[in-house]
Design a protein around this ligand. Sequence first.
Ligand SMILES: [Zn+2]
Length: 146
Amino acid sequence: MFSTLFQATGFKRAFDLFEAGRFDEGKVLLKSLQDEFMAVCDENEALKRQLAEVAEVLDLAEKVRFDGQKYWLEEDGERKGPFCQVCYDRDGLLVHLHKHENHWECRSCHGLYMLPREADTSHDKKPRLRAAMEKTVPLFMEREMS
Ligand SMILES: [Zn+2]
């Protein structure tokens, strides 16, 4: 990068200016060197943050499972989710899917995911709806406005 070279030569130039008694010019040069230094420090901090983010993403990627439709997060033997496949593949973001009667909805990209037929029979069973669903599999459903 340019700034490293600038600093290496800049310090020598400032030294020469002070030695020659050209203090005002020397001070101006030192000030600009300080600004350069601060910019390099900022850049260094930003790079450290980026590196930490990349490490986080790699760590996350090892815990993410795909069920053929949606993503789940497996952490300490616990399964969290589901999360939107589109949002994770596109942006690397795990967006929680919001559960409706017979589908999940992504509130970010508005993608819809059908609930598996055998899924989660623990909550209130609706046999008639279940039977209807087996005949027709709607791809898109009316979204309730919230
Ligand atoms: Zn989404």
